[in-house]
Design a protein. Sequence first.
Length: 657
Amino acid sequence: MAPSKRGQPGLTRAVLANPDVRGVVLAFAAITAAEWVLGAAVAIYAFGAGGTNAVGLVGVRFAVAAVAGLWSGGLAERHSRTAILTATAAARTVAYVVIAAALAAGAPLAVVVALVWLDAAVGSAYRPAQAALLPSLVDSPGELTAASALTSNAKTSGQVLGALGGGTLAALVSVQGAVAIAAALGLLACAAGTRARQRRRRDRAAGQGRAAQLRGAVAGIAALGRDAEAARIVRFALLRSLVRGLWVALAVVASIRLLGLGRAGFGILMAAAGTGAILAIPGTALLVGRGALTRWFTFGLLLCGVPIAVAGVSGTAGAIAAMVAWGVGLSLSDVTAQALLNRVVSGREIGRVTGAMESGKLLFEGLGSVLAPLLTASLSVRGALLATGGVLPLALALEHRRLGGIDARAGDRVALLELVRGTATFGALRVDALEGVVSGLRALSVSAGSDVIRQGEEGHEWYAVAGGELDVLVDGFTINTLGPGDGFGELALLRAVPRSATVRARTDVSLMALERDAFLTALLGAEAIGQAPFAVPHDLEPEAALRHVALFRACDAGALAALAEEGVVSAAEEDETLTTAGEHDDRLVVLLTGRARVLVDGAFRRELLPGDAFGEIAVLHGVARTATVVASEPCRLLALPGDAVRAAVAPAAGRAS
Ligand code: CMP
């Protein structure tokens, strides 16, 4: 139940070693930087052409993206996510080339602004597709958290460095020169995304079954309506965007009118913020994966507000220093918001919820840039900065207490993900499917002495042991003991056969139960339901066969290889008797190929398939064979000496006692 033993730096290294994740992160950094080079350069151009109101109009691009996002957020559910990423980056690159040409040709302000809005609309498809793709590229919940932290960092740095580059280039070279650089960054994003395209088939298949669902962002809003805590995280993220929209629009005006920094001032302020954002990245990487994240979220949000008010009263040097702190706040609040959302929202809904949040953030950022001219008109530039800086501290003062509940709930989910991932059945599952398993779990308490499963009955559920000990009994003989972190009950579900053993609580036990359909969906996909029997291998090599034997579940790969070495492989004809009730035979036999039937007093008890074993009762309890086994078709068998079997299972038995 302990969280992943690998620390966050190890997880970050693991995801950075994954070329697909690297490509996604680099492409995202490049496309975000391109967007902000464009935004900053065009804002400066607009201020010269039409003053504060024109800067506000450029900022409306965020609201345009939000509206477009209502439709484009659903694309990720119907099409290949990697194809959406590449197509979006390519379309934006073309838009930048056209905008640079329009600027060079002296096109009217309205045409340039319309093209900027069009680019923003196209860009709205990017983030939801990326959020839906990431879980399919990583292997564990910890890696997903690390990967989403990396994309958040890429976004924050891309935004601030893009604004710096765009502002500086527009002041020192030309506005169209800056936009040409945006086009080059767009090309880089296309190139970085091509690698991930190789997974197209797999991730398209993952999205197909959900085509009938409500469109992305709308469904995301509905999901938020059901979840007060996720909604609270999103509300703060929206306010943060409102404040940022206000500040980015005000910064152009403030640097010229209040701080005496001229046209290059916007770039200087954003450079300071960029330094802060980048300084914060190693620190935020250490935070992810910890239980108590909301206090860091709160701190980050405060830093997104207070420094803006400070910039309004502190003079040039103080404003630049305050912007470093503002950059730290941007990184910190962005990473913690995404990490908290990943923890409280289920894997099935995270893509849509992220889509809704991103659309909302854009809407609020656009709203901020529209409000900026109104604020400066009614309050003066300084008054506008003080009011903008006060929004987040005020909201936090009102809602601060309610944020605490998020930490408690996030902790629960991490523990469940780790429990499920620790079981032999689900250990290799991708993290998006794991999220589905956790969403379907039902907590169950069983008192000592009660049976959870009875041998011979029909199976409906799979179980993971959260606490306590259970005995596994075959024909009344205890053949194994299960404890925290073990799973059981998969055989009847996978093969549509009766329960192979009784599982009885030895102590009071707490279990997490998963219904058959959810179990099969997680393991085999929704189309597998109703098509039993599954997972019956035709032909197994000795070592692979041992991996199927429930008795050896606790053995590692080395122990299984050693055990396989000790085995003797033989063949049997159809109808040949493999073992006879009443005989003494100290060997465990594993079926490699074929089928056999277990008979007690001549009556059929159960069928054995490749990967099934018989003889465990005699080997573990030193009694005579309790049943007769007859080959139903030609078989290959692996016979293991009793001593080797007892030595292999001894550590597990010792752990239970
Ligand atoms: P199932 O047959 O569905 O129901 C009983 C479960 O007990 C079975 O799935 C396995 O998960 C588990 N089980 C059976 N035999 C053993 C064993 N020898 N060791 C551990 N678990 C077992």
